[in-house]
Design a protein around this ligand. Structure first.
Ligand SMILES: [Zn+2]
Ligand SMILES: [Zn+2]
Length: 223
């Protein structure tokens, strides 16, 4: 089983049409993929509408869970709750926040705004977070991301350690923008091991936690 809740199509800065990204995920034996293109207030509706259409088409014809999502990216932190709610209302089934990576000028306070917001599902590549932030994530049901993406992965060890201390849930995502970045089970396992996860923690991050997130998404769909 292979899950990935963070990928990009050419609706933002990836290179593939959403349906081709899903097709390539199927070719690499994915169980589920979320497409989470970068959005802010200007492109949110356009991106969500387009992703819903391609994810629906894929699920009608192929054996995969295809989840239309968004990645709220470089927003002023104070705007995150309102824009997350707007994405949800438009039909985004997964809300990711682009966290404070070690390699970009993401506004300080983004991580905190994300883990406080009940509409947020995943805080992506948050950089070297502490156990206090991971504790807030755990309390509010926000998953923390272990990233296989270059640059974004530099703080994976710190994220894993804070999550362990605070009981926060981890997921391993690709943040793929091009075909060569789409996950394989082997890469996901190697990156999880590199973050210091033991066998049991790895099983949770790679299978149990993604299944839990898919259940949450399915429950929302039925409402
Ligand atoms: Zn990101
Ligand atoms: Zn991303």
């Amino acid at each position: 089983m292979l899950f990935d809740f963070h990928t990009h199509s050419f609706l933002s800065d990836g290179v593939l049409l959403p349906i081709e990204l899903i097709r390539r995920a199927i070719a690499q034996s994915y169980t589920a993929i979320a497409i989470t293109d970068h959005v802010s207030v200007g492109n949110l509706e356009f991106v969500v509408d387009a992703l819903i259409a391609d994810c629906r088409l894929a699920e009608e014809h192929w054996e995969i869970r295809a989840v239309p999502g968004v990645e709220l990216t470089h927003l002023p932190p104070a705007a995150i709750p309102e824009v997350a709610a707007r994405a949800r209302a438009r039909g985004a089934q997964l809300v990711v926040v682009h966290g404070e990576t070690p390699v970009e000028p993401v506004p300080p306070g983004t991580n905190l705004a994300a883990v406080r917001c009940p509409e947020v599902d995943i805080l992506a590549h948050p950089g070297p977070v502490d156990a206090d932030l991971a504790g807030l994530a755990a309390r509010n049901g926000v998953f923390l991301e272990i990233s296989t993406h270059r640059g974004h992965c530099y703080a994976n060890g710190a994220v894993a350690s804070a999550a362990r201390q605070a009981g926060a849930l981890l997921v391993v995502n690709s943040d793929a923008h091009v075909p060569s970045e789409i996950l394989t089970e082997d890469l996901a396992r190697r990156v999880a091991a590199g973050a210091g996860l033991d066998g049991e923690e790895m099983a949770r991050a790679l299978v149990a936690n993604p299944q839990h997130l898919l259940e949450r998404i399915a429950a929302r769909r039925q409402r």
